[in-house]
Design a binder for this molecule. Structure first.
Ligand code: ADP
Ligand code: MG
Ligand code: MG
Length: 237
């Protein structure tokens, strides 16, 4: 069964058509990569999957494990097992890391040891008593996001450029988390511009988005082809 199905999805943002018929299927336990030039609509797809109210679905469907979620509010989607990791996770002043992790794990019915979890993503135990993302470096934020995801054990995870602006150590932690998620049977969609993360994870499929549509899909060799020839050349052939 497909964990995530996006069917002919058309999305408007502030009156402008951005997604123009996106089709995407991700089977259970698979890793798919989404690439494409700046402004193609990749982040728009991530925001739409998250259920951000500014992203208006004009047409089409989003289906999570056989259940349509196109018009559900963000919390409902998360509760059903769809998590989206954003490019810039927000600071939560006054919310302790430990409290947030405990709340997430309770809500999703999985008990986790906060310090153990922090260790898994290479954050020191002292982070348990810091406010969420407050004063965290870019890499620390991304690593904490992956901890948040591991605590929730979701069915589908979407990561928007988890590897941009972070050091190699953090990329390895993110890749490690992706591999753990895949082992748990979670499906993962990673939006990325870079090859770096692909040294540590093996995608089942690579998709290319241009101008609001997925115009080409293939295996990992597509990444190399894009690097050599560029997006335009690759999708024309
Ligand atoms: P990508 O992530 O592939 O670089 P985006 O999804 O961020 O592309 O952007 C796609 C297009 O949608 C761009 O032309 C961008 O300017 C526009 N867009 C995205 N978000 C908004 C927004 N909140 N308001 C207005 N336009 C937006
Ligand atoms: Mg961009
Ligand atoms: Mg983007």
């Amino acid at each position: 069964m497909n964990a995530l199905e996006v069917i002919d999805l058309w999305v408007k943002v502030e009156g402008k058509e951005i997604l123009k018929g996106v089709n995407l299927n991700i089977p259970k336990g698979e890793l798919h990569i989404l690439m494409g030039p700046n402004g193609a609509g990749k982040s728009t797809l991530a925001m739409t999957l998250a259920g951000h109210p500014k992203y208006v679905v004009e047409k089409g469907k989003i289906v999570l494990c056989g259940e349509e979620i196109t018009h559900l509010p963000p919390e409902e989607r998360a509760r059903k097992g769809l998590m989206v990791l954003f490019q810039t996770p927000p600071e939560l002043e006054g919310v302790y890391v430990a409290d947030l992790i405990n709340k997430i794990s309770e809500r999703f019915g999985s008990k986790v040891d906060v310090e153990e979890l922090l260790k898994e993503v290479n954050l020191p135990p002292s982070f348990a008593y810091r406010y969420v993302n407050k004063g965290f470096s870019g890499g620390e934020r991304k690593r904490f996001e992956t901890a948040r995801i591991l605590a929730a054990k979701p069915k589908v995870v979407v990561m928007d450029e988890p590897d941009s602006g972070v050091d190699v150590e953090s990329i390895k932690v993110i890749a490690n988390t992706i591999n753990k998620l895949l082992q748990m049977g979670t499906s993962v969609l990673v939006i990325t511009h870079y090859r770096n993360i692909l040294k540590y994870v093996t995608p089942h499929k690579v998709h290319v988005m241009i101008d609001g549509r997925i115009v080409k899909s293939g295996d990992i060799s597509l990444v190399e082809e894009i690097e050599k020839k560029g997006f335009k050349e690759v999708v024309m052939h």
